[in-house]
Design a protein around this ligand. Structure first.
Ligand code: ADP
Ligand code: MG
Ligand code: MG
Length: 921
């Protein structure tokens, strides 16, 4: 396999599909060149193979010769030679991995200039100033990026030169001063490296290519890949491309354009450009840009051509594209395109618009796959509550959502403060890939400079983080920021609204978010896809949460944790009395009191979820969680002493203290030790259900026993539950426990109680013995939090803080298994449990109620395993609805096309279990 491919290389497949080989930038440059025939400066791509081989064994032997040949071809095509003393060709060296990645090496422009060719460039362009300004920029860029010298030292020399000639404008620095600057820059390089600035273009080229390879494993690139779960072994491609000059004259310029508005999704071209400027000038926000609509006035022909290209790109990529372009003396050049990043609101609007547009040919299913978890999260973001605040500064609203945090002025300080648990707003003049870790840690981002396509804006939008950019009124110094006489210091509170571009000193209260209209449309399409295949429920413990969950689309409650009801201020003393009871009478009295309050809780939950199933889990945690902390009591005993009541509680706490409470007397085991407890809970629940029926409601109750390990254990617990149900309803026990009689569904039946009894499957043994447990269970719900703990033998509280980071870094785990369900181990138990359970009871209803129930990759696995529903926290319900639809679509695409998707390099997405589907529906 060759390492180097020209942009017009005839690939067997469309180059846009070859991102693995050519990187994203290279693949799209080749697509624009060879398929779309757009005006792209010629060049070639050094493949990711070369980078991977470089990482494994150092610089590949054949690479120099291949690059030399590609360079010859490029020189022939351009009719110019790199480094030529009379008419030199200049090139850019651009990194480009499969996934666009901040933190990689910056682009080196104007490569090929040296002491001789700069004179040739001056003569050819008849512009000495331009030539030396280009050379000056090149030496500084090469020094900073390739030789890794401190960039400030170049800036300092430039600033000093400007001061000497009495100007603040780069454009006003005269030619002879630029000449001198080249000399002092070169001396600076020699001082640091002990070598003169490389004059040989081949050496310059090799240095730049190698620097791109190296930057793949730079700390910022690694941190970014960790966060985005991108495979560290992909490597990057390198693009070498003939330079075009947007900084030639006032008939030149450079810009960034989108085929639609990436912030709102509105149709029509969108972007910024700068007259007489090069490359990064637009993105860096160094000068103030003009909107693309202005292009029409100054460059009408270019504007028309650009719009035509935009519409071709949209047709071709069938999606919104972003582009970089440069105008050199009136001629338009395309320098980059890709499917553009977008805000959540824009993603939703584009999905709806594009699926509705006949000419793009995008189905609803396709549109659904383009909306991500992050997009939904972004529109569910909080906003400023009310308007009772004073605007302190205004900037450009670059990424929607409101954020409140303490000010930090460097990425390092922001990251450190966030690590201490503070909420942080990162305030900077502008951001660069160096700041990515601080931006990650921040609630929101504020910059003084830069436009809507500046680094800060693009990165924040990608992550759905609120950001205000280009707030030029900010007067920044290292540790404070002033606007209109009000100075805020490091650590002071700041609020910002990334949609409106508003900044407020102090803390503004935030509201829940209100999603745009397209949100409901997209989710209703998702519901159409998944209906009857994978339901979405919520985990909710109160009537309020249940109502909220229902409004977000939950189709029932998959987990109602009754222990939360026990922790209220009015309840805790009663619970304690029950634990402390010396006699059965005392215990019964306490239980009786608890029953009264629990009943009210259940009434409101059942009312909120009327007609939908509500799974109530009987008490699960170890009892000591309801007792005071033994260490605190010991301290109190030693200092102020204990009251008689406290003494009793302390003794009880000591006697209930366990070495491994998570593996101790909890769940159904607690029920066995205190049998009155579960009966009381069921009585309260059934009374509530009966009251709902009396009020004309339709309660659908599922009673769930936690932490079961055997049939006998569940049969015993079931007998208490049935007893209590019969006692309250006066009816026969609701469900047969004698084998495999069919269970009734949850069809609405007015005036009748519907009760089923099931269990959580959260121990490996329960999953393995699912066949016999199903004899006495109407349903299973996988508690994947505990199941993960017990399958790995990982105590979550202990391992997540201490060892998880190291394990992920060393690649011992692909994902944190508490975040993304472990497909292979825990997943195997889930698949086994479903299979074995249904071998006994074919219509066994099965769900999942761990936190994984709201995580898209995990949801795909659960669907694959044949689950009927997932249950997650209320605010994750929209994400789960979308992910469930995407899982259904992916599964039907797999089985229809039979094509196995190539692993994308994003770890958790690529895996598909090889397990045969055992769908129960
Ligand atoms: P990034 O991945 O950070 O966008 P790019 O490789 O796209 O980096 O380059 C940075 C800037 O330099 C962009 O504005 C790009 O348009 C400009 N640029 C890159 N190559 C050339 C070239 N051959 N001629 C003119 N400008 C270029
Ligand atoms: Mg670019
Ligand atoms: Mg559990």
């Amino acid at each position: 396999m060759p390492y180097v491919y020209d942009f017009d290389h005839k690939h067997p497949r469309p180059p846009m599909e070859l991102k693995d080989l050519l990187g994203g930038k290279g693949a799209n440059l080749a697509e624009m060149t060879s398929v779309l025939d757009l005006p792209v400066p010629p060049g070639f791509t050094i493949s990711t193979d070369a980078c991977r081989d470089y990482m494994a064994d150092g610089w590949p032997e054949s690479l120099d010769a291949e690059v030399a040949r590609a360079r010859k071809r490029l020189e022939r095509a351009m009719g110019k030679v790199i480094g030529d003393a009379n008419d030199p060709l200049l090139v850019s060296v651009r990194s480009g991995a499969k996934f666009s990645m901040p933190g990689m090496m910056d682009t080196v422009l104007n490569l090929g200039l040296n002491d001789k060719s700069v004179e040739g460039l001056a003569a050819q362009t008849d512009d000495e100033r331009f030539a030396f300004d280009s050379y000056r920029r090149f030496v500084a860029m090469y020094g900073r990026i390739v030789l890794e010298l401190p960039g400030e030292e170049f800036d300092a020399l430039f600033d000093a030169a400007k001061e000497k000639v009495g100007t603040t404008s780069d454009a006003k620095v005269p030619t002879d001063v630029l000449r001198d600057l080249v000399t002092s820059y070169s001396e600076l390089v020699e001082r640091h490296t002990g070598q003169p600035f490389p004059q040989d273009p081949a050496a310059q080229l090799r240095g730049a290519i190698e620097a791109v390879f190296r930057s793949w494993n730079g700390p910022r690139a690694i941190a970014y890949r960790d966060r985005e779960r991108i495979d560290h072994n992909l490597g990057t491609a390198v693009n070498v491309q003939a330079m075009v000059f947007g900084n030639r004259d006032d008939n030149s310029g450079t810009g960034v354009g989108f085929t639609r508005d990436p912030a709102t999704g509105a149709k029509g071209a969108y972007g910024d450009f700068l007259v007489n400027a090069q490359g990064e000038d637009v993105v860096a926000g160094i000068r103030n840009t003009e909107p693309i609509s202005e292009l029409k006035k100054q460059f009408p022909k270019v504007h028309a051509e650009l719009l035509k290209i935009f519409s071709r790109l949209e047709q071709h990529y069938q999606d919104m594209c972003d582009t970089e372009f440069t105008i050199e003396r009136g001629k338009l050049w395309m320098l980059q395109t890709r499917v553009g990043k977008r805000t959540g609101a824009a993603a939703l609007r584009m999905a709806v618009d594009m699926a509705g547009a006949k000419d793009l040919g995008i189905s609803r299913a396709e549109a659904l796959t383009r909306v991500t978890e992050d997009h939904l999260d972004a529109v569910l973001h909080p906003q400023f509550a009310g308007s009772d605040f004073t605007v302190w500064a205004k900037g450009l609203g670059a990424s929607p959502g409101a954020a409140v945090g303490r000010i930090y002025f460097t990425a390092d300080d922001a990251a450190a403060a966030a690590a201490r648990g503070e909420k942080v707003v990162l305030v900077r003049s502008e951001t660069s890939p160096e700041d990515v870790h601080g931006m990650l840690a921040a609630e929101g981002i504020l910059t003084a400079r830069g436009g809507l396509v500046s680094h800060a804006a693009v990165v924040a939008r990608g992550w759905g983080k609120p950001a205000v950019v280009g707030a030029e009124v900010l007067k920044l110094s290292p540790h404070e920021v002033t606007v209109g006489g009000i100075t805020l210091k490091e650590g002071d509170w700041l609020s910002l609204d990334g949609a409106a571009g508003i900044v407020v000193a102090g803390q503004v209260p935030l509201t829940e978010a209100t999603p745009p209209p397209a949100f409901a449309t997209v989710l209703s399409w998702a519901d159409d896809v998944r209906r009857g295949k994978l339901a979405v429920r919520a985990n909710a413990d109160t009537g309020e949460d249940a109502a909220n969950a229902r409004s977000l689309g939950a189709e029932g409650i998959g987990l109602c944790r009754t222990e939360h009801m026990f922790l209220g201020e009015d309840r805790l003393p009663v619970v304690r009395r029950m634990i402390l009871a010396d006699t059965p009478a005392e215990e019964t009295a306490a239980l009786e009191e608890l029953r009264q309050v629990q009943r009210e809780d259940f009434v409101s939950i059942l009312a909120a979820m009327d007609g939908l199933p509500v799974t109530v889990r009987l008490l699960d945690p170890p009892l000591h969680e309801f007792l005071p902390d033994t260490e605190e009591m010991a301290v109190k005993e030693a200092t102020t002493g204990l009251t008689a009541e406290e003494r009793k509680l302390y003794d009880a706490a000591l006697s209930w203290k366990e070495a491994n409470p998570m593996l101790g007397t909890r769940g159904v085991r607690l029920g066995v030790v205190k049998p009155g407890l579960y009966a009381m809970q069921v009585r309260a629940l059934m009374e509530a259900a009966r009251q709902r029926v009396a009020d004309g409601g339709h309660p659908v109750v599922e009673i769930m026993i936690p932490l079961t390990v055997s049939r006998e254990e569940l049969a015993l617990a079931r007998s208490w539950v049935e007893g209590a149900v019969a006692e309250v309803t006066g009816e026969e026990a609701p469900a047969p426990s004698n084998g495999v009689a069919p269970m009734k569904g949850t069809k609405a039946k007015k005036g009748r109680l519907e009760v089923t009894i099931g269990t959580m499957i959260e121990t490996p043994r329960a999953a393995l013995r699912a066949a016999e447990i199903a004899e006495v269970a109407d349903f299973f719900s996988f508690g994947t939090n505990d199941l993960t703990q017990m399958t790995f033998g990982f105590s979550r509280d202990d391992v997540e803080g201490r060892m998880m980071g190291t394990y992920l870094e060393l690649g011992l785990l692909a994902n944190n298994p508490f975040d993304v369900v472990d497909f292979d181990g825990v997943g195997e138990l889930v698949r086994l449990g479903v299979q074995r359970g249904r071998s006994t009871r074919p219509n066994l209803k099965v769900g999942v109620c761990g936190e994984h129930g709201g995580q898209p990759d995990s949801i795909a696995m659960f669907y694959d395993a044949g689950l009927d529903y997932v249950s997650c926290s209320p605010f994750r319900v929209p994400v789960a609805r979308l992910a469930a639809a995407q899982a259904v679509l992916a599964a039907s695409a797999d089985s229809a096309g039979g094509k196995t998707k190539k692993p994308s390099g994003k770890k958790s997405r690529a895996k598909k279990s090889a397990h045969k589907k055992s769908k129960g529906h």
